[in-house]
Ligand binder design. Structure first.
Ligand SMILES: Cc1cc2nc3c(=O)[nH]c(=O)nc-3n(C[C@H](O)[C@H](O)[C@H](O)COP(=O)(O)O)c2cc1C
Length: 185
């Protein structure tokens, strides 16, 4: 019941085999320094074996445009279809891992597995972030990064959502209180 979540496209590949994509909602950041993330994957998924044998994957964030492909990669198995071809997506070399990135994704987070933890229905792959590539459109002329321009899709209780209205920014509750105090002096 912990929603909304990012739903991401995880790309992976065994040497000599075609690349694959699995949609994952059980994912998140678990440490800032070193940057660490996790994905939880059921052992019966085709991708599970690829993740175990290569120890590498790329988390590709999903923009509104990629939502249909993300859904497709979450209902079809790489055992039966070439998901890159079926979704007209481009597998491009990553910088730090052998798993490919998805060229059409606005942000690609390259990951090296440090631990696989068996939890029950899902196995958790705890991984170190080894590299990140971002779409140039997300950088302004000064090089500042604007992630919200990517219009990332989230997942809540079976439904895909696009970003809603802005309710505040980091620390705004404290700033607001300070301002109102000043106004009342
Ligand atoms: C929105 C969404 C989120 C999903 N999240 C997960 C997840 O966190 N872990 C998982 O094992 N499968 C998850 N799935 C299911 C897999 O993506 C799906 O079984 C996929 O076909 C597996 O692909 P593969 O057999 O090529 O590995 C999700 C599917 C969707 C549509």
């Amino acid at each position: 019941m912990l929603y909304p979540l990012p739903c991401v496209m995880v790309s992976c590949q065994k040497p000599g085999q075609r690349p694959n994509i699995i949609t994952v909602a059980w994912t998140g950041t678990v440490c800032s320094d070193p940057a660490m993330v996790y994905i939880s994957v059921r052992p019966e998924r085709y991708s599970h074996e690829i993740l175990c044998s290569t120890g590498e994957f790329v988390i590709n964030l999903v923009s509104e445009k990629l939502t249909g492909s993300m859904d497709y990669c979450g209902v079809k198995s790489g055992r039966d279809v070439d998901k890159f071809a079926a979704c007209h997506l481009t597998a491009i070399p990553s910088q730090t891992v052998k798993a490919p990135s998805i060229a059409e994704s606005p942000v690609c987070i390259e990951c090296a597995v440090e631990q696989m933890i068996k939890l029950g229905s899902h196995d958790m792959f705890l991984a170190r972030v080894t590299g990140v590539t971002v779409d140039e459109d997300l950088l302004d002329e000064k090089g500042a990064f604007h992630l919200n321009r990517a219009s990332l899709t989230s997942y809540s209780h079976g439904t895909y959502l696009s970003p809603g209205k802005i309710l505040g920014t980091f620390g705004y509750s404290v700033r607001k209180r300070n301002n109102s105090k000043r106004r009342h002096k």
